[in-house]
Design a protein around this ligand. Structure first.
Ligand code: S3P
Length: 429
């Protein structure tokens, strides 16, 4: 994809459904009794990988446009897979599905693409093993392919070293199949869609917050049947983030982004944009299925640098590439710290972000847990996405304010979370 600078992005856009929630609709719907219907489902490659896996586990799933219907077979209704479960590029599929598979009376194997098979899985293998699961890394390198065989699970309390919704959700899902209560404490609250949705499905799940620290705990008790739900998936704030950034940095722009999920565990980017001087207004705020939703109005603003650190990090972890792009054109310096998790995403995003910013002429310095960016002018460059969807989209926004042309290599990787990304753009020109 070749892009150049523009001005005056105007109009309104609707963002595809939330990736995290779409995954969970399929997973929870499959192990619930009755039918789950998910409207505004994200047809991105990651969520399609989840559908593919649950079909391989014997679940009947119909897809019609953006509506997905899952014919759940109850907590104990999955069949032994006839094939290796292909999780593609999706960490969420791998980690959450492993939690469910740990409690099944059959063997299974999961494997993904090169990036997925190099991401750390010890973070789920450790707590699952403590629960009595039999899960191993086939190549003994702590990564997928994973092999899971039946184990008798018992509840544990797990003090997670990382604020990760994937780790938390994996443990809670295994907890559905364990004897006794299972609880997870994380250093600060990561996205809580699993807790909100499992409760809607009928699970016995509770959450508490430590009043003296940022720690958060979720606990689940087994024994309750889950029931199919009708869900309208809110627009994905992680996808909206690209248009929020575009609206703020492209001169003479005004964009209304409709129907975006603004769950506080996901909406850190809104706070950061405000801190940077961004003109953002939330309109038509409402709550649907336990999730907060709003329309977001964004206008071109003069941004300045900021510091992003501490417990806000898990609430904007996927948005850091595009936040870094905003920082690269803001006045002054932006410091991002406490974000070492960036290193274990689809690529090492500390490296991919700073390398590509440097290629565009920006002063960007990687650190052990983040980056330091000095704002200025960008120039066009060839962007090495390394097949990371969020790098492709973040640097497509950078291209809109760079002098000269920018080439996004392997831009098709946007399919992972936002197949219609470039079409949405056309609507604003
Ligand atoms: C996700 C959790 C996050 C996020 C990922 C989706 C989820 O990962 O980066 O894109 O759906 O639970 P971690 O929980 O590992 O930080």
């Amino acid at each position: 994809m070749e892009l150049c600078s523009i001005t005056g992005l105007k109009g309104k856009v609707r963002i595809p459904g939330d990736k995290s929630i779409s995954h969970r609709c399929v997973m929870f719907g499959s192990i619930a009794s009755g039918t789950t219907v998910a409207d505004n489902f994200l047809n991105g490659a990651d969520c399609l990988a989840t559908i593919r896996c649950f079909r391989t586990l014997g679940i009947d799933i119909e897809e019609e446009g953006n509506t997905v219907t899952i014919h759940g077979k109850g907590l104990h209704g999955l069949n032994a897979p006839t094939d290796i479960l292909d999780v593609g590029n999706s960490g969420t599929t791998t980690r959450l599905l492993s939690g469910i598979l740990a409690g099944q009376p059959f063997d299974s194997k999961l494997s993904g693409d090169e990036s997925l098979n190099s991401r750390p899985m010890k973070r789920i293998m450790t707590p699952l093993t403590q629960m009595g699961a039999n899960i191993s890394s086939i190549l003994r390198n702590g990564c997928a392919p994973l092999y899971i065989t039946p184990g008798k699970l018992h509840g544990i309390h797990y003090d997670s070293p990382v604020a990760s919704a994937q780790v938390k959700s994996c443990i809670l899902l295994a907890g559905l199949y364990a004897e006794g209560e299972t609880s997870v404490t994380e250093p600060s609250l990561s996205r809580n869609h699993t807790e909100l949705m499992l409760r809607e499905f009928g699970a016995d799940i509770r959450t508490t917050h430590d009043l003296n620290s940022t720690k958060a705990t979720a606990s689940i008790r087994p024994g309750k049947e889950l029931y199919g739900q009708k869900i309208t998936v809110p627009g994905d704030i992680s996808s909206a983030a690209y248009f929020i950034a575009a609206g703020l940095i492209v001169p003479d722009s005004e964009i209304l982004i409709e129907n975006v999920g603004i769950n506080p565990t996901r909406a850190g980017i809104l706070r950061v944009c405000e801190d940077m001087g961004g003109d953002i207004t939330l309109l038509n705020q409402r709550t649907e299925g336990g999730e907060k939703i709003a329309d977001i109005l964004v206008r071109t603003s003069r941004l300045h640098g900021t510091t992003i650190e501490g417990d806000i990090i898990p609430t904007l972890i996927d948005e850091i590439p595009v936040i870094a792009v905003m920082a690269a054109v803001a006045e002054g310096q932006t410091v991002i710290r406490d974000a070492a998790e960036l290193k274990v995403k689809e690529t090492d995003r500390i490296e991919t972000v700073t390398d590509n910013l440097k290629a565009m002429g920006c002063k960007a310095e990687p650190t052990s847990d983040g980056m330091i960016i000095t704002g200025g002018k960008l120039k066009g460059a060839s962007i090495h996405t390394l097949l990371d969807h969020r790098i492709a989209m973040a640097f497509s926004i950078a291209a809109l304010v760079a002098e000269g042309n920018t080439k996004i290599l392997d831009s098709h990787c946007v399919d992972v979370s936002y197949p219609t990304f470039y079409d949405t753009f056309e609507e604003l020109l």
